[in-house]
Design a protein around this ligand. Structure first.
Ligand SMILES: C[S@@+](CC[C@H](N)C(=O)[O-])C[C@H]1O[C@@H](n2cnc3c(N)ncnc32)[C@H](O)[C@@H]1O
Length: 274
C-alpha cells in the first residue's frame, strides 16, 4: 500500500518533523532560494510562465514565499498572488519575510484547495508534486482553479538523473539504493513525467525544458542534495551503521581535492488550460 503523504520525505510533512529536522528543512528552503542553480531554474520558469501585470496567480506549495514575492512584483499592485503551503511552520516563516507586496499566505493542501473554480490566471508549483500522494489528482486541482486560457507552470526534480563523480561509484550506488524513497521521494522521476501528465490532463501548448544543475563542490551540492549534507543527522539516514560516515568522508575528500561533481536535472513544464 502507498504510504500516506506524511510518511514520505521530510518536505511531505514539515510540521511533523523533530525540531532539529524542521530547522534544517526551513534553512534548506532559504538556502535553496539563494542557490545560483535554483535561481537559474526559476529564471527559465518565469520566462515560460510569463506572468503579467494585473494577474491573480497561485503559488502552490509556496515554501518560504520567495517565488510568490517575485511573482507579486510581476503582477503589480493590481494583481495578487496566493501563496498556499501545507505546513504552518513554513507559512509562518513566509509571513515573517513578507515585503509588503501583494501576496496572501494561506495554509492548505494543494490537492484540495479551498478556492473557487476558474479563479486564478496562472499557477506556479515548484518541487511540490514529488511530495504529494497523487500528482495527477493534484494537477487536476490546479487546473480546476485556473481559468480557461490560464497557464500552469510545474517545476520538479528528476531524482533519477542524479549522478556523482569523484567518489567511488560502488559506494555511491549503495548509498543511493538506501536513500531513494527516503531522502528522495518514491516518485523519484517526477520531473520527466510532468510533460506527459499535462498533455494527459488536456492542456494545450505544453512545453518542457530540462535544466541540468551542476554542483562543483560538496558545500554547493549540500544545499539541494540531502545525501551530501553533513548537517542531516545520522539518525535521519536510516542506513546501515558506518555507511553515512564512510560516504561523507569520500565526499569531503573529493571536495578537498577539487574533484567532487554532482548533476541533477530539474524540469520546467508549462501548458495552457483549454
Ligand atoms: C521542496 S519545498 C518547495 C517549496 C517552494 N515551492 C520552493 O520552491 O521554494 C516543498 C514544499 O511543498 C509543501 N507541500 C508538500 N505537500 C504539500 C501539499 N499537499 N499541499 C501544500 N503544500 C505542500 C511543503 O510544505 C514544502 O514547503
Amino acid at each position: 500500500m502507498e504510504p500516506a503523504q506524511k510518511d514520505r520525505t521530510p518536505f511531505s510533512d514539515i510540521d511533523g518533523l523533530s525540531a532539529q529536522m524542521s530547522e534544517i528543512v526551513l534553512d534548506a528552503l532559504t538556502e535553496m532560494g539563494r542557490h545560483p542553480e535554483i535561481q537559474r531554474v526559476r529564471r527559465v520558469a518565469l520566462e515560460m510562465l510569463r506572468p503579467m501585470t494585473g494577474q491573480r496567480l497561485l503559488d502552490a506549495g509556496s515554501g518560504s514565499g520567495e517565488v510568490a514575492r517575485v511573482l507579486a512584483a510581476r503582477v503589480g499592485a493590481d494583481g495578487e498572488v496566493l501563496a498556499v503551503d501545507h505546513s504552518s511552520a513554513v507559512t509562518a516563516a513566509a509571513v515573517d519575510r513578507h515585503d509588503g507586496s501583494n501576496v496572501r499566505y494561506l495554509t492548505g493542501d494543494v490537492a484540495a484547495l479551498d478556492m473557487p473554480g476558474d479563479s486564478v490566471d496562472g499557477v506556479w508549483c515548484e518541487r511540490v508534486l514529488q511530495h504529494v500522494d497523487d500528482a495527477d489528482r493534484t494537477i487536476g486541482e490546479l487546473l480546476r482553479v485556473t481559468r480557461p486560457g490560464g497557464r500552469i507552470c510545474l517545476v520538479d526534480t528528476d531524482w533519477g538523473s542524479l549522478a556523482f563523480d569523484g567518489m567511488p561509484g560502488g559506494l555511491g550506488a549503495v548509498v543511493m539504493a538506501h536513500v531513494t524513497g527516503h531522502f528522495t521521494p518514491r516518485q523519484f522521476d517526477m520531473g520527466r513525467t510532468l510533460r506527459r501528465r499535462l498533455v494527459g490532463a488536456g492542456l494545450r501548448d505544453v512545453v518542457a525544458t530540462p535544466v541540468t544543475c551542476l554542483f562543483a563542490s560538496p558545500a554547493s551540492a549540500a544545499v539541494v542534495l540531502p545525501m551530501v549534507n553533513p548537517r542531516v543527522p545520522a539518525d535521519a539516514w536510516a542506513t546501515p551503521p558506518g555507511l553515512r560516515d564512510e560516504w561523507l568522508a569520500c565526499v569531503d575528500a573529493a571536495g578537498q581535492s577539487g574533484t567532487f561533481l554532482a548533476v541533477l536535472t530539474i524540469w520546467v513544464v508549462v501548458g495552457t488550460k483549454a
